[in-house]
Design a protein around this ligand. Structure first.
Ligand code: KE4
Length: 426
């Protein structure tokens, strides 16, 4: 028995499904999850010492690659001074300033400990400042597991085919209206039917949780106009796209000015950090300055701040996103070449260093399109790639991530594995 398998059989007796987050469990691809013992650069190493080229990157945070020495040094230096004070620190100011300088719409920001906390708080803020209860979200978008957002969610909920989670009272869910991504009319209908009742529209501007989706021309602009006209807030959930697709995220790429933005993943450099921020006129309504309450024992934790500051300092360096784009484009072009040489039509969506290969010919512009994917074939492909030493997200409805640590050799090896895995299953 492999060490991963042994650890898995023991862990599942103590931890639900043997994992601390469902999508890690390999349920939709079959087999058992690998237990990871360490990681460096673009590689992860499982408990049996097998090395893989990693395209999960801890689901987005590891944009620099794993165990980056400047990040490790920053964490170690911070740890020497203590691990948590429960009091304000200079590093929280420093990271706040870096985030505000980078994200075009942000004037103020509050640090929390996860993306879920960030979106949950952003929704409360929107409801508090508008005195309205309803929110609009999009089928297949995932914003963490706060009750009102676990409605038609993406990521693990979609992967595991959980219609809507038990334990979410109807009273919560009824205030969550669902639209289709890239379909403005499906949003307009909610505003027509609920005049002056909608507090906010929340979306992943570039979804990664139904696989990667690209906003069609006019969609994001249309949402901005609709929300402005109705007095609802526009919340960009950039937990995944923030500092990933550009230093200023999707809002920089597409030139949209949301009222609130949520962040996570990259800004923690692999440690637990989330954040929400936006216009000062809204953020100043948060306690203790304003009446809307949100709190957290470890919010702004010094080690997490140190990791985030070190990470953003590297991302700010000239040429960073150009380098990410070069590696990502080389991989994308190579995958397309292999597919066409094999006469295989697979939809492929990419923005910057996040991408998804869908096992359907496509196009895939929304959840319905993504659901045409052959999940069984994807599972076989996933296993084939794993056997070749390539670690993808164990779900068709997730994004793959390239890091600054991925090399030309990694790309070559990935393309060879892709060709071999496709030949095995097609
Ligand atoms: P966390 O609470 O997991 O830090 O963030 C929730 C969240 C919010 N918004 C977006 C756009 C997200 O992608 C996420 C979390 N992403 C998933 C991966 N698709 C996390 C992986 C997991 O659930 O284990």
């Amino acid at each position: 028995m492999s060490r991963s398998s042994d650890l898995f059989s023991k862990s599942r007796k103590l931890i639900p499904g043997g994992v601390n987050s469902p999508v890690r469990a390999f349920h939709s691809v079959g087999g058992e999850p690998l237990f990871i013992s360490r990681a460096f650069g673009s590689k992860i190493v499982d408990a049996d010492g097998n090395i893989y080229i990693d395209y999960v990157g801890s689901w987005g945070p590891m944009i620099l690659g794993h165990a980056h020495e400047e990040v490790l040094t920053a964490i170690a230096d911070a740890a020497q001074k203590g691990t948590s004070f429960g009091a304000p620190t200079e590093m929280e100011f420093t990271l706040a300033r870096m985030v505000i300088e980078a994200v075009p719409s942000m004037e103020m920001v509050r640090m929390v400990n996860s993306g879920t906390e960030a979106t949950m708080s952003a929704i409360r803020l929107a409801r508090g400042v508008t005195d309205r209860d309803k929110i609009v979200k999009f089928n297949g978008c995932y914003h963490g597991h706060a009750d009102g957002l676990l409605v038609k969610a993406g990521s693990g909920v979609l992967t595991l085919g959980i219609p809507d989670s038990p334990g979410v009272p109807e009273d919560y869910a009824k205030n969550t209206l669902v639209s289709e991504y890239n379909d403005l009319d499906s949003v307009k209908v909610h505003f027509d039917r609920n005049p002056d009742e909608i507090a906010a529209v929340i979306l992943e501007p570039i979804p990664g949780n139904m696989g990667v989706m690209i906003p069609v021309d006019g969609f994001l602009e249309g949402l901005r106009k609709l929300t402005e006209k109705s007095g609802a807030l526009l919340i960009f959930d950039e937990v995944m796209s923030g500092f990933r697709v550009a230093l200023g995220g999707a809002q920089e790429l597409f030139g949209i000015d949301p009222d609130i933005t949520t962040l996570g993943k990259v800004i923690g450099g692999g440690l637990p950090v989330g954040a929400y921020g936006g216009k000062a006129r809204y953020m100043s309504q948060m306690a203790p300055e304003g009446p809307i309450y949100q709190a957290g024992t470890l919010s702004g934790n010094p080690l997490a701040m140190a990791a985030g500051i070190a990470t953003l300092n590297i991302l700010k360096r000239p040429g960073t996103y150009e380098s990410l784009e070069m590696t990502s484009a080389a991989l994308a072009d190579g995958l397309a070449e292999v597919n066409s040489s094999l006469g295989v039509k697979l939809a492929f969506n990419r923005i910057g260093s996040m991408f998804t290969t869908f096992f359907t010919k496509g196009p895939v512009n929304d959840l319905a399109g993504a659901k045409y994917s052959d999940a069984e074939r994807f599972g076989e492909y996933f296993m084939g790639m794993l056997e070749e030493g390539i670690y993808l997200a164990p779900s068709q409805f997730e994004a793959a991530f390239v890091s600054l640590a991925h090399t030309d050799e990694d790309v070559t090896r990935t393309l060879e594995a892709h060709e071999k895995a496709l030949k095995m299953i097609l």
